[in-house]
Ligand binder design. Structure first.
Ligand SMILES: NC(=O)c1ccc[n+]([C@@H]2O[C@H](COP(=O)([O-])OP(=O)(O)OC[C@H]3O[C@@H](n4cnc5c(N)ncnc54)[C@H](OP(=O)(O)O)[C@@H]3O)[C@@H](O)[C@H]2O)c1
Length: 268
């Protein structure tokens, strides 16, 4: 049995991980969610596959996370093999603004940065710290952060993509935090990784690039990096690639930020 916990498992990439992993009855899959309101498809899947366990919690609240970790522990006997920090969002509607457009909108800038740091960085640290003892007792000992290409300096330099400021800063910050955990936890045999999923066809992607004008703008930017990119990949394709990279994670690559192809520059 290999045990996996995935945050943000109601929809998109998170649900894709649950679906892909739970096909194998040797996997035990914990779908960590904040609410059942959007969990219809996950609940349908869990009704068919007994190796899926739904755990409702709040990733910004360490006390509730301790309870969630205890729920997982009860099923696994005190361990967790792989923790995937997938929950994330682009934050307030100001994410469309480029940095200098915040001049005179300092309150909005504070909100743009703070909300993203809370949701995409701090909460992930809370999750890691509350689940760490379980991971220590696991066989695989892997912590995976689903990051974003927009948190990469070279990606930003080449594409000229200047939007989603707070989200990108929080993802870049969390990439660094993940390498700090790698440095600290190497002595315990724990490996960490920041992983970009690519451009994936989910609600989140639709929210940012669903509008035809915005999509044209984004495609022009992305094609500076890869002239062949035509649109987002399917959840299944992204998750299949990501699982291969997670499989290949060793002490030698712990703490890195990699694409879903397992390298540092193939973002699509
Ligand atoms: N799609 C892409 O092209 C793309 C590209 C780069 C990186 N990513 C990253 O991939 C991850 C998954 O994104 P996605 O595209 O699958 O998005 P999605 O379809 O919008 O799903 C997001 C998931 O995260 C949960 N979530 C969001 N904010 C949360 C919060 N504050 N607390 C707890 N749960 C929260 C949502 O729960 P609810 O259902 O309750 O809202 C949902 O389960 C994110 O970290 C995102 O930044 C995606």
């Amino acid at each position: 049995m290999v045990s996996w916990a995935i945050t943000g498992a109601t929809r998109g990439i998170g649900l894709g991980f649950v679906d892909n992993l739970s096909v194998d009855p040797k996997n035990q899959v914990f779908a960590i969610i904040r609410s059942r309101a959007t969990a219809g498809p996950l609940e349908e899947l869990a009704a068919k596959r007994k190796n899926i366990h739904i755990v409702v919690t709040e990733i910004s609240d360490p006390k509730k996370l301790d309870q969630a970790a205890a729920e997982v522990s009860e099923v696994t006997g005190g361990s967790l093999d792989v923790l995937i920090l997938n929950a994330g969002s682009a934050g307030p509607e100001t994410s469309v603004l480029q940095p200098s457009a915040f001049r005179g909108k300092e309150e909005a800038l504070e909100k743009e940065i703070n909300e993203n740091i809370k949701n995409n960085l701090l909460s992930n640290m809370f999750v890691i710290n509350c689940f760490l003892d379980l991971v220590r007792n696991g066989k695989e000992k892997k912590i995976i952060f689903i990051s974003s290409q927009s948190g990469d300096v070279e990606f930003t330099r080449i594409t000229g993509f200047a939007n989603v400021l707070g989200y990108s800063a929080a993802k870049a910050g969390m990439n660094l935090v993940i390498s700090k955990y790698a440095a600290e936890l190497a002595q315990d045999g724990i490996k960490t990784l920041s992983l970009s999923p690519g451009w994936v066809d989910t609600d989140a992607a639709k929210a940012v690039t669903g509008d035809p004008e915005v999509r044209k703008f984004v495609l022009t930017a992305f094609r500076k990096l890869n002239p062949n990119v035509n649109g987002p990949a399917s959840v299944n394709e992204s998750v299949t690639n990501q699982l291969q990279v997670i499989q290949s994670l060793t002490e030698a690559t712990s703490g890195k930020f990699l694409t879903h192809h397992g390298n540092s520059d193939e973002w699509f």
